[in-house]
Design a protein around this ligand. Sequence first.
Ligand code: ADP
Ligand code: MG
Length: 242
Amino acid sequence: MPEMQKAGLSLGNVSAGYGATVVLEDLSFDLAAGEKLSIIGRNGVGKTTLLATIMGLTRLHAGRIGLGDRDIAALRPNRRAQAGIGFVPQQREIFPSLTVEENLLVGLRPGAWTLERIYELFPRLQQRRANMGNQLSGGEQQMLAFGRALLTNPRVLLLDEPFEGLAPVIVEQLFHALLRLRDEGGLSIIMVEQHAKLALAFAPRTMVMSRGRIAFDGASRSLIDDPARLDALCGIGGGGLH
Ligand SMILES: Nc1ncnc2c1ncn2[C@@H]1O[C@H](COP(=O)(O)OP(=O)(O)O)[C@@H](O)[C@H]1O
Ligand SMILES: [Mg+2]
């Protein structure tokens, strides 16, 4: 791969929100090329807003967003996608009146990910390839949202609560697929996840957000080894994390 393809992501003193409202306050972090990062935190602390801000879907009040050596803060969302950021939103946003295969091909860009590889990763999607988007189960929709993002051949993949509302057996299948992606290297991944166990197991590095700020950014291991600290960071009783 050319050097540009290996670029990481960096946020510098980012403040962002909706209209005049500031949700994220002075956030800074770097994600190296190929690095995996989990983000946890209670409901409403700004996890989705952070991913949306990287995608250009919020109002940026201050700060820099870099992809490799390029400042992407002024780019519109579709240009950021073209620059190499793939986004799997919390609502999945499947096109109901397109088939599975048509949904997959919507953002297709040439690269290592091909339709064949997506079908190999998610055989279920191949079986359902001619079904309409609105005929899919929640798990199938999530696989489709994943596959569609991968087919844009991004450098950075953003996942917003990919396991939300799914049956345990589906969660296990999807998590397995994600671990495969993780272990293949290459792609940088940020996964926002409510299940702290899955989040900590997925990435060696975890960030805990609290009220629009970064309350912790470090080794997942240190939180696995210190449940009391994890609990304190995520709020009383784990703040709904499990
Ligand atoms: N479209 C929006 N317009 C205005 N405020 C919003 C919008 N989306 C989220 N918020 C507010 O931003 C804050 C962070 O929300 P969000 O990023 O969705 O949190 P999380 O993903 O961590 O649950 C919350 O106070 C929420 O009410
Ligand atoms: Mg959210």
